[in-house]
Design a protein around this ligand. Structure first.
Ligand code: PMV
Length: 321
């Protein structure tokens, strides 16, 4: 039997950055996210038929992975299976892995959904989200498509709105560098929390930002949402810049793109940027502004690739006997 899940990554417009003391990957801040249709992870789960029959195997983009990170998710689903067994997992991304493009969100969500299909465990959406979270916090959101929210301290995320709730919303992804990042988001978050003098302020101030962004998103008010997005990622990065040792994921092109968005907005073109744990810049805008945004970015910033996306739908799971 093979179970396959295809899942889009979850781009946060209001960021999860920092964990609470108790539990695994329980967020210190509430986050709000959009699913990216242009990118996906495809993950298949089979029974293991070759190699060590007592050990699970995970292969991502043709590379065998260290199991440690995936074990809580595999065991979390398997512990509820009527017929537990050893699995072989293969996974591919149609976009760069571990480069700040949210591959861990779609990767761990796809693993959870494919395992649930394979073992026939029929988890509820809440349970799927909570198990995916054990592998990567942002994966708690990626088990849903469309627009999602994940409240501070919550064990699972939930859907805020369907993908077609904002049909002309687009995400323009500027890929600046595709190399794997040298510091994981897990490590960077821990360091921000432990050493940045601004961390408490970040957590305290993100609650009102979340509420404002949530109501802007539901009202499809891009200007209000965009303004919250900027405050969220810049405050998040402020905790990284002020960590010890400081962490600067940005590259010169990242800053050039931020400035270009600023210029576009001053010309009345609503392009609102955000960044995650990496140098790539993701911009949220309306479909009719895509040509102007693309042209300005390609003219002003050398060596970037631009990928357009609409809002992604729900994950798809297939089980074949
Ligand atoms: O869950 P992780 O370890 O992939 O961390 C996600 C952190 C950010 O992408 C920077 C923010 C977010 O909310 O997705």
């Amino acid at each position: 039997m093979t179970a396959t899940a295809v899942v889009h990554p979850s781009l946060a417009v209001v960021k999860y950055w920092g964990k609470q003391d108790t539990g695994v990957n329980l967020p210190a801040t509430s986050s709000l996210a959009i699913s990216l249709r242009a990118f996906h992870t495809r993950t298949s789960v089979n029974g293991r038929t070759n190699g060590d029959p007592d050990e699970d195997e995970i292969v991502v983009n043709d590379q065998v992975q260290d199991l440690a990170r995936f074990r809580p998710v595999i065991d979390g689903v398997r512990s509820r299976a009527a017929q537990p067994g050893i699995v072989r997992v293969t996974s591919t991304n149609n976009f760069p892995t571990a480069a700040g493009l949210a591959s861990s969100s779609s990767g761990l969500a796809a693993l959870t959904l494919a395992l649930d299909g394979y073992f026939g465990t029929r988890f509820t959406p809440d349970e799927l989200s909570a198990v995916a979270r054990l592998g990567s916090g942002s994966a708690a959101r990626a088990v849903f498509g469309g627009f999602t929210e994940w409240r501070a301290g919550a064990a699972s995320a939930s859907r805020l709105a369907e993908a077609d709730n904002w049909p002309d919303l687009r995400i323009l992804i500027a890929v600046v560098r595709t190399e794997k990042k040298s510091v994981s988001s897990r490590e960077a978050m821990r360091n921000s929390r432990a050493t940045s003098p601004y961390y408490e302020n970040w957590v305290d101030s993100s609650a009102t930002l979340f509420d404002e962004a949530r109501s802007a998103l539901l009202a499809r008010d891009l200007e209000r949402l965009g303004s919250c997005m900027r405050r969220s990622y810049l405050r998040m990065f402020s905790t990284m810049f002020t960590s010890d040792p400081p962490l600067i994921y940005w590259l010169p092109q990242s800053l050039a793109i931020i400035r270009c968005c600023d210029t576009l907005r001053s010309r009345g073109i609503g392009v609102w940027e955000t960044m995650d744990a990496g140098p790539q810049v993701k911009m949220v805008l309306l479909e009719h502004d895509l040509p102007a945004a693309r042209e300005a970015l390609l003219q002003n910033v050398a060596g970037i690739e631009l990928i357009e996306s609409s809002v992604g739908g729900d994950p798809v799971v297939h089980v074949e006997n």
